[in-house]
Design a protein around this ligand. Structure first.
Ligand code: FUC
Length: 352
C-alpha cells in the first residue's frame, strides 16, 4: 500500500492536509482535514482504466462556496430537523434554519464545515486516517461538549471502512453519516440513471412537502421504491409515484434496512464500466438520494454539474427521529459512547 500526505489548501490561515492511500489492487482514496471530505476515489473499470467514482473538487474554495455536501461527514445530526428545534428533558434547543423552517445537515457550523485534527496509522495491509474534533457546547445550537472521531480505514481488499465515535458531557443528540456522491461510470461520464441498485429494504418513510418524515411507514411492495431485486434507478423514477415527484423527480427517502441482515444490504452496479460498490452498515436506515437537487450552476473538475450526476447512500438513523418515539433514538446520554460503522467495498461485476 502507498500513502502520501500533502497540503490541500488553507482555511482561515490554517493549512488543510490531504491524505492519499493507494492499494496494490488499484484503488486510490483521497480525503482532507476540512469536513473529513473524501475528495476522490479512483478505481479501475473492467479494462483497468482508473477513474474517479465520487463527486469532488480540486480546491477548498469550491467546497466552501458551493458544495452540496460532497464527500463530507454530516453532524452532529444528519438530515432535516423539522422547525429547527428539538427538546430534551423539557428544554428546547434551537438550531439555525438553513432550509425554509428546517435545519438541514446541522446548519452552517456542521461538521462538514470545520477543520478536523488528524492522525495516520499505517499497517501492512490497511491504512487508517483518524480525524477528531471537539465540538463545543452550544455549537450550532446543540447541547454538550461533544468529542467526535471519524476513521477512514482503507485495506488491500479495496474496502473503505468508516467508523464513527462520539461522547458528550451532557445529554444530546447524535446521528452521523458520510455524504459521498457516487458515480461509477468514471470521471462523471454519465448520470447515475442507468446504475442498478439493490437495496434490502421492505419499507421507506413517507416525506411531507418540506422533506420531513410524516411518521408513515410505507411498504415498498408494488412501488418504485422496491429495490430488493436489483433495478435501474432511472426505471424506478420513470415508474412515477407521488413521493418521487414530491422530492423533485427521484429518491430522497429514508429506507428502513431489513433488521438482522447485515450482509448484502446494498449493491450499486454500473454495467458499462463493470464497476460495483457494495455497502454494509450497522445502522438501521439509509437515505437514498438520487441527486435530484444537483444544479448546473457550477462545474465539477471541468464537467458541468447536473441533476442525477451522483447518488448518496447516507447510512444513519432515520432523520427527525428525536420527534418520533417509534424509531431508534438518536439521544446520547452524558458520557455514553456513540459508535457506528459503514463499509464501502469497490469491485468489478465480473469477479463476483
Ligand atoms: C441529501 C438530501 C437532501 C439534500 C442534501 C444535499 O441528504 O436528503 O435533500 O439535497 O442531500
Amino acid at each position: 500500500m502507498k500513502f502520501v500526505e500533502s497540503v490541500y489548501g488553507v482555511v482561515n490561515g490554517r493549512s488543510v492536509k490531504s491524505f492519499t492511500v493507494e492499494t496494490s489492487r488499484g484503488m486510490e482514496f483521497t480525503c482532507i482535514e476540512y469536513g473529513c471530505i473524501i475528495t476522490e476515489i479512483l478505481f479501475p473499470d473492467s479494462n483497468g482504466l482508473k477513474e474517479n467514482v465520487v463527486l469532488g473538487f480540486d480546491t477548498i474554495e469550491e467546497y466552501i462556496d458551493h458544495s452540496p455536501y460532497f464527500g463530507c461527514v454530516i453532524g452532529r445530526n444528519a438530515g432535516r430537523i423539522g422547525g429547527s428545534a428539538f427538546e430534551i428533558d423539557g428544554v428546547t434547543y434551537h438550531l439555525t434554519k438553513n432550509e425554509g423552517e428546517n435545519n438541514l445537515h446541522s446548519g452552517p457550523t456542521g461538521f462538514h464545515n470545520v477543520i478536523w485534527d488528524s492522525e495516520v496509522v499505517v499497517r501492512d495491509t490497511e491504512i487508517s486516517i483518524i480525524f477528531s474534533y471537539m465540538s463545543p457546547d452550544g455549537e450550532g445550537g446543540f447541547p454538550g461538549n461533544l468529542h467526535v472521531e471519524v476513521t477512514y480505514m482503507i485495506n488491500e481488499n479495496n474496502e473503505l471502512l468508516i467508523q464513527y465515535q462520539a461522547q458528550s458531557d451532557q445529554k444530546t443528540i447524535v446521528n452521523l453519516t458520510n455524504h459521498s456522491y457516487f458515480n461509477l461510470s468514471g470521471n462523471l461520464k454519465r448520470t447515475i440513471l442507468d446504475h442498478e441498485l439493490m437495496l434490502q429494504s421492505n419499507e421507506f418513510l413517507e416525506l411531507d412537502h418540506s422533506l420531513i418524515p410524516t411518521g408513515e411507514i410505507i411498504s415498498v411492495e408494488g412501488t418504485p421504491f422496491d429495490f430488493r431485486k436489483s433495478k435501474q434507478i432511472g426505471k424506478g423514477i420513470e415508474e412515477g409515484h407521488p413521493q418521487i415527484s414530491l422530492v423533485g423527480g427521484g429518491y430522497d427517502h429514508p429506507f428502513l434496512l431489513t433488521p438482522l441482515q447485515k450482509q448484502n444490504q446494498m449493491t450499486l452496479i454500473d454495467r458499462e464500466s463493470g464497476r460495483k460498490l457494495e455497502v454494509e452498515t450497522v445502522e438501521p436506515a439509509v437515505v437514498f438520494y438520487s441527486g435530484n437537487m444537483l444544479t448546473d450552476k457550477f462545474k465539477i473538475r471541468g464537467k458541468q454539474s447536473q441533476k442525477y450526476l451522483g447518488l448518496c447512500l447516507e447510512t444513519q438513523k432515520p432523520p427527525n427521529m428525536i420527534k418520533n418515539p417509534r424509531f431508534p433514538s438518536i439521544l446520547l446520554e452524558k458520557d455514553q459512547l456513540y459508535t457506528t460503522q459503514t463499509k464501502f467495498k469497490f469491485g468489478l461485476i465480473k469477479n463476483s
